[in-house]
Design a protein around this ligand. Structure first.
Ligand code: ZN
Length: 211
């Protein structure tokens, strides 16, 4: 009953069922365990006006408007997403990534002025992920529609990421485009989402033709 005793700080009463549910919902989020979830709950309750209510409003808005972009696969509150709609981006440059988190990581570096395509994973014999399980056909369609000069394959520096890049290079080899990939100053086994922005920016700047 150690957890209940801790909740006694919330105001004299034992934490209610509702509060316990909030804590366990938060504890299931990536990067949060039970302990940090309880701390977050305490914080939210202490700062109702400045933390709890803005969070509630933000969650509600996102929940109501959440959608997957039918062009690139990004998650956003509109379809097409903000990146696909942004007129300042260069249509001739397309960066292919495995997951939404990779797009966000790359875009934080602010060095890539083009558009994106999210595969929704990587090829994996082990996990039974086949080309048709990814958005490869829609990538090929985007490229065959024309207007793209360069496709940057920004797969993770993992075995499966590189296998995926090779497969994509084959599928795209007959199009009149420049095919490049991130320079692997990327740590071996490295996942884009975990890299600092400097490393990522360097890898993007030094991208090289797919051999
Ligand atoms: Zn999009």
């Amino acid at each position: 009953m150690a957890e209940r005793a801790e909740f006694a700080y919330l105001g004299g009463e034992m934490a209610s069922q509702e509060i316990e549910e909030l804590a366990s919902a938060l504890a299931r989020l990536p990067g949060l365990g039970p302990r940090s979830a309880r701390r977050a709950v305490l914080h939210l309750m202490k700062k109702r006006q400045t933390a709890l209510e803005p969070l509630l409003t933000a969650l509600q808005r996102v929940s109501e408007r959440l959608s997957v972009c039918s062009t690139c696969g990004n998650v956003d509150t509109s379809d097409p997403c903000g990146i696909c709609r942004d007129p300042r981006r260069d249509d001739r440059l397309l960066c292919v990534v495995e997951e939404v988190a990779d797009l966000w990581a790359l875009d934080r570096s602010r060095l890539f002025p083009g558009r994106y395509h999210i595969l929704g994973g990587r090829l994996s014999a082990l996990e039974g992920v086949r080309p048709e399980d990814l958005t490869i056909d829609s990538l090929v369609n985007r490229v065959s529609a024309g207007g793209i000069d360069e496709v940057v394959l920004a797969m993770n520096a993992t075995l499966e990421g590189q296998t995926t890049a090779h497969y994509l290079a084959e599928r795209l080899e007959n199009f009149p485009i420049r095919l490049t990939q991130l320079a692997h100053g990327l740590p071996v086994g490295g996942e884009l989402d975990y890299l600092d922005e400097g490393t990522l920016a360097q890898a993007l700047r030094a991208r090289r033709p797919v051999s």
